[in-house]
Design a protein around this ligand. Structure first.
Ligand code: PXP
Length: 237
């Protein structure tokens, strides 16, 4: 089974744009779960332009499925994650000013940094996933630093999918076998949508979770949130 974790960044962005609590992030999280989502993801950044750190305990309390917090592990982020204890923490190597995540970890160059942080998170009972490019050396590195899972950065897959789906999925498909052999769970996220999701799922030996935000929230403007979540779930069935 592949779990659908809905990334609520865009809901938080909309709420923040007016300084009020509308839409209510916590209610939307509950509604996503009611409509069938099997997880909720947020990405608190230093500037809090999406989810705010104050949202985290409320989301943890509200979530009845799996709560995933993703982000760059600076001290402020790690303290917040360890306090809230989500089911999963996805570590992402992005700069504070980055528009969106656009590459995975260099698990070889950052070996010591990651080993220490992952060990601390796991001591606190939090499953750790590392955002990663489809590169076997970096994936083997992810296993060595103690990650439980990897999350494939699927931006390049999504970009190349319309022209040539087979070529687009090749590196992820091949490196996935290495990751599974190394005992890693497999997540994927970024730019996944109703067109490219099923092909990715069908081509991977294992896919434990996808985390989808931008396209899903855009689709829901036209299709409604309940219907949209059902359509994404159908692609993963
Ligand atoms: N995974 C990570 C690590 C991300 O940073 C994001 C975007 O916040 C996503 C998944 C979801 O990407 P998208 O919004 O394109 O679905």
């Amino acid at each position: 089974m592949t779990r659908l974790s809905v990334n609520l960044n865009k809901i938080a962005l909309l709420r923040n744009s007016r300084g009020s609590n509308y839409p209510d992030l916590i209610q939307v999280a509950k509604d996503c779960e009611r409509f069938g989502a099997q997880g909720i993801t947020v990405h608190p950044r230093q500037d809090e332009r999406h989810c705010k750190f104050a949202d985290l305990p409320l989301l943890k309390e509200a979530c009845t499925t799996e709560f995933n917090i993703e982000g760059f592990p600076d001290k402020h982020f790690l303290d917040a994650v360890i306090k809230v204890k989500p089911h999963q923490c996805t570590l992402v190597p992005d700069d504070p000013n980055q528009l969106t995540s656009d590459h995975g970890w260099d698990t070889i160059a950052r070996k010591e940094f990651l080993t220490e942080i992952i060990s601390e998170l796991k001591k606190n009972g939090i499953r750790v996933s590392l955002f990663i490019d489809a590169d076997t050396k970096l994936i083997e590195g992810a296993a060595k630093v103690g990650a439980d899972r990897i999350e494939y950065y699927t931006g390049p897959y999504a970009k190349n999918f319309p022209a040539n789906p087979e070529a687009a999925v090749k590196e992820i498909k091949e490196s996935c076998a290495v990751a599974v052999h190394a005992g890693l769970g497999i997540n994927a996220g970024h730019d996944l949508n109703l067109e490219n999701l099923k092909y990715l799922k069908d081509n991977l030996a294992q896919l434990d979770e996808v985390s989808i935000g931008h396209a899903l929230i855009c689709d829901s403007i036209y299709l409604g949130l309940e219907n949209t979540i059902r359509l994404y779930l159908n692609k993963l069935a």
